[in-house]
Design a binder for this molecule. Structure first.
Ligand code: ATP
Length: 246
């Protein structure tokens, strides 16, 4: 059996020495797989992603137990930039882009230093093929883009780092349902065509379970359910709490 690309083994994260934000999380993302981590506000989703990407601020939060493995190797406490180089990309919540730069400049700024000019141009075009709306706005100031376009740009910036694992934190937040469907459809296409593994963190269970193959549900820092997307959609608890009744 091929080992998963990402594996968390009983990971605990402690904030300020006392707050156990996640309490023994184990989860896997298979190579080429697309997995959702679902849960409500404050359940521990962002903390889980930060434990994977290394974005916990050492003076505030740390992994107090358990381990994170990527491609069969324990990551330990390697710095975030080393994890990016390994192929771990974390698109943080809130679609951060440089507002005074154009999408073109934003994408160029996200490219690794080692990438040649020709490779950067080719990669940008590949991203614009997936996000034609963004291509149309490529020379506008990014601050004037719509929320959906800024989210596409934030994802595009992540793709410029040539990830093997793309982790998206609440990409649907504040977007109209048709845009969520459009963006998730594009992510699904990139996953199918490029073999990119995806960990999708969402409160919007309806949209997420439509595109992933498996999901995990986190509550109060613990995984309380792990199943196929189909089974989760059919589950009465999920229906009641996350799919707006059923
Ligand atoms: P949201 O979608 O609202 O971001 P979440 O599921 O991503 O929710 P986390 O942000 O991971 O949840 O938060 C999990 C718990 O850890 C919460 O109780 C939160 O208050 C706490 N927490 C998060 N960040 C910190 C921090 N920097 N210092 C102290 N406690 C924190």
């Amino acid at each position: 059996m091929t080992p998963p690309l990402l594996a968390l083994n009983s990971v605990e994260v402690l904030y300020d020495q006392v707050i156990l934000a996640i309490r023994g999380i184990s989860l896997e993302v298979p190579k080429g797989g697309m997995v959702a981590l679902l849960g409500s506000n404050g359940a521990g989703k962002s903390t889980t992603l930060k434990a994977i990407s290394g974005l916990l601020k050492p003076e505030r939060g740390r992994i107090s137990r358990g381990s994170v493995s990527f491609d069969g190797k324990v990551i330990g406490d390697s710095p975030p930039q080393d994890r990016v180089a390994m192929g771990i990309c974390h698109v943080i919540e809130g679609r951060r882009v440089f507002e005074h730069l154009t999408p073109d400049e934003n994408l160029e700024a996200a490219a690794p230093m080692s990438m040649s000019g020709a490779a950067v141009r080719a990669e940008k075009e590949r991203i614009y093929e997936y996000f034609p709306r963004l291509a149309e706005r490529r020379r506008s100031e990014s601050g004037y883009l719509s929320g959906g376009e800024q989210q596409m740009l934030a994802i595009g910036r992540g793709l410029m780092t040539q990830p093997r694992l793309l982790m998206l934190d609440e990409p649907s937040l504040g977007l109209a349902p048709f845009l969520v469907t459009e963006i998730f459809g594009i992510i699904r296409r990139i996953n199918a065509e490029q073999g990119l593994s995806v960990l999708l963190v969402e409160q919007n269970a309806i949209a997420a379970l439509d595109v992933v193959s498996h999901g995990y549900l986190i509550e109060n820092g613990r995984i309380v359910m792990h199943d196929s997307a189909e089974a989760m959609k059919a589950n009465s608890d999920i229906k009641e709490f996350y799919l707006g009744g059923g």
